[in-house]
Every structure is written in structure tokens, then in C-alpha cells.
Design a binder for this molecule. Structure first.
Ligand code: SF4
Length: 206
């Protein structure tokens, strides 16, 4: 659904009274590098990090994406929801630190226009949105677009740097281990080649 400059965006989240929780069951809850930075500043990164999932491209054209992990939705075996959705409480477990894509939901910006990303959110059309609140919602949607674009561009490079570092550390650990093993077996290369008896040395000659 497109929104022109003149259209009115009325929205009020129904919170615990919401029956669809479409924001938690949408297929992807994207996370940006900006979210990681905010969680670091808040001191929550290590608590939230286990709920993150890095999706690697299956083909060259697929993007790499950072999103929240998924879990099965109770009572709807085929469906999944965001790992942070607490079904019993019908709420988000990280509500006050939720990703920017959740804070702007269901309003999105695609670089040219604002649009609604979901028709299933029953909060759309509810309440009155003042001009100031509408401007705030649009600013947030634009920020989410910028962060998402930057994250899409930077993620493969960040991943490569981390993988290269892990490979370097692993090679170093292997080298150290093999040197320790050589020392244990008396084959320390730093001490120069040792004379090993050749099979013929042990032979007795007439
Ligand atoms: S689907 Fe819409 S109304 Fe329901 S909890 Fe999410 S944002 Fe709020």
C-alpha cells in the first residue's frame, strides 16, 4: 500500500491486546549494524546476541542478512516467529531495545516513498497521528532504510574480516600445537636436526 504525501497515516499499536502479532510472525526481523551499536552502548549486546542469526547467501545473487533467530509458534506448528516473542505474555522480550525495523513497523521507506509493509497489522487505521508524530515516524523509517542499506553493503566485508581473523588464529593455534608436540617427542626443529640412527646403524655386521 503506497502512501502519498496527502494520505493520513493512522496507527496505534494494540500491544498485548493484538490478536495477530504480525510484527513478530513476519518472515524476517532484520537487524542493522546500528542496532548492534545501540545494544553495545546500552550494555545489552551480549544478552541479545544469542538471539541473532546470520543468513549466508545460497547463491551469488542472494544478500547476506542479519536478523533475529526464529522459533516455532506454539499452536501453529508450521509457523515461526521472532525468537524474542513471548507468546504467553503476548509481547516482545526486548521491547525497550527492539531492533529499529520493529520500531518503525509497519511504516517503511524504500529510498523514494513511504509504504506499509504489512496488511495484517490491526494497529493501522487506529488512533490519531499528529503531524509531529507522523514526521517522527517518517524520520525513523528513513533512518531504518539508511541503516539497512549500509548494513547490506558492509555485512559481507565484516564477515570476511572476521572469518580471515578466525582462520589466522586457527592456523596459529595449529602451529603452536604442532611445535609443542614436536618438543614432547624430541623433534624440536628450533634445536636443529638431530642424528637419528639409520636402520643400518643398529645392524650388526660380521
Ligand atoms: S501487529 Fe501491529 S498492532 Fe499488533 S503488536 Fe505488532 S505493531 Fe502492534
Amino acid at each position: 500500500m503506497k502512501m502519498s504525501e496527502k494520505s493520513k497515516y493512522n496507527f496505534k499499536c494494540l500491544e498485548q491486546k493484538c490478536t495477530t502479532r504480525a510484527c513478530h510472525t513476519r518472515p524476517h526481523v532484520y537487524v542493522t549494524l546500528g542496532d548492534l551499536g545501540r545494544w553495545t552502548a546500552q550494555g545489552y549486546l551480549m544478552n541479545i546476541l544469542p538471539g541473532m542469526s546470520l543468513t549466508l547467501p545460497e547463491s551469488g545473487e542472494d544478500p547476506m542478512s542479519l536478523e533475529t533467530a526464529r522459533k516455532p509458534l506454539e499452536g501453529a506448528v508450521e509457523s515461526t516467529c521472532c525468537i524474542f516473542f513471548n507468546e504467553k505474555a503476548n509481547g516482545c522480550e526486548i521491547r525497550y531495545s527492539r531492533p529499529i525495523s520493529c520500531r518503525t513497523y509497519p511504516l517503511e521507506y524504500n529510498g523514494e516513498k513511504y509504504y506499509l509493509s504489512s496488511k495484517d497489522c490491526p494497529g493501522v487505521g487506529q488512533g490519531e497521528v499528529s503531524k509531529e508524530v507522523l514526521q517522527e515516524a517518517r524520520d525513523l523509517a528513513e533512518q531504518e532504510f539508511r541503516e539497512r542499506t549500509e548494513t547490506d553493503a558492509a555485512l559481507p566485508a565484516v564477515y570476511s574480516v572476521i572469518m580471515a581473523e578466525l582462520i589466522r588464529q586457527s592456523a596459529e593455534a595449529m602451529k603452536k600445537r604442532s611445535e609443542e608436540e614436536k618438543k614432547e617427542t624430541g623433534e624440536d626443529s628450533s634445536q636443529g636436526p638431530k642424528d637419528h640412527p639409520s636402520p643400518s646403524d643398529s645392524e650388526t655386521h660380521d
